[in-house]
Design a protein around this ligand. Structure first.
Ligand SMILES: [Zn+2]
Length: 278
């Protein structure tokens, strides 16, 4: 009899253990997203239940009400989570990251999109859904972390722009009466931003206002002028170089050109276009 009871216990334990293993397997098979969706959904359910007046215990009714909400919540989550993906080239392009691009030299193919664009996270970007090439982004993160360590919060306000986006940008500026817009906004197909390696930066001291002359002279701008080249970034349109660059002074606009190149450019006090015109 005793043996029989022991035997039943053993079987029960085996069944429980197997169920746990199977359940864990199922959970790990779920995607990260569906788990987070569920967590959000359940957090919302908790809130719905909590918000019900004078209810200290979760009654069956509350759970039923909450469960009715699940499909609605899930639908809302789905709608809100239209996941942003950086543009991907539809054909193969030659890598143009070292192209000497300027007022007179544009991309040979205006549809150009770099092949390795990555989204910049909110830690480093003041705007959502903007992208940079992998190597530029890696170095940008290291640079902005170093700035933060020195006490300056700097973020990206603009990065990769498609040909179409640039077209729209210039049109808006001109429509708003800025007839000299070409001096600060590149013609479509002529923008360093389309290379996926250029960024506009701003600082906390001016509330991350983008492409803003107020950035000039801020501690963040000074920090960048001193240190950006250590991380491979060079100011594309420096002060007093408009005759060479063709653009007004833009203390916010930096281009990733590689650490070795940046070091040489800084040493020689050249502009990027002078350096690339060999
Ligand atoms: Zn720019």
């Amino acid at each position: 009899m005793k043996n029989k009871i022991l035997y039943i216990w053993a079987i029960t334990i085996v069944i429980i253990l197997s169920s746990i293993i199977i359940l864990q397997g199922k959970i790990s098979n779920n995607t990260e997203k569906s788990i987070s969706d569920k967590i959000i959904a359940f957090e919302k359910i908790d809130k719905i239940i909590e918000s019900k007046d004078n209810i200290t215990n979760k009654t069956t009714d509350d759970v039923a009400i909450a469960e009715k909400e699940i499909p609605i919540i899930n639908k809302n989550i789905k709608e809100k989570q239209t996941i942003f993906v950086c543009p991907v080239p539809k054909k193969e392009y030659e890598d143009m990251w070292l192209l000497n691009i300027g007022q007179d030299t544009g991309l040979s193919d205006t549809t150009y999109i770099p092949k390795d664009l990555e989204k910049i996270s909110s830690t480093y970007s003041a705007r959502t859904n903007i992208c940079l090439t992998t190597s530029a982004l890696e170095n940008l993160k290291i640079m902005l972390n170093a700035a933060k360590k020195d006490g300056y919060t700097i973020k990206v306000t603009s990065a990769f722009r498609t040909f179409e986006y640039q077209t729209g940008l210039l049109k808006i500026a001109k429509d708003n009466g800025n007839l000299d817009a070409n001096l600060s906004i590149s013609k479509p197909g002529y923008s360093e931003h389309q290379l996926g390696t250029a960024v506009d930066l701003s600082g906390l001291s001016i509330n991350f206002s983008g492409a803003d002359n107020a950035f000039n002279g801020t501690k963040e701008a000074e920090w960048l002028e001193e240190h950006a080249s250590d991380y491979g970034f060079i100011e594309s349109y420096p002060k007093d170089k408009s005759d060479i660059t063709g653009y007004i002074y833009e203390p916010w606009h930096y281009r990733y050109i590689g650490r070795e190149n940046a070091k040489l450019i800084k040493e020689k006090e050249q502009t990027i276009s002078e350096f690339l015109t060999k």
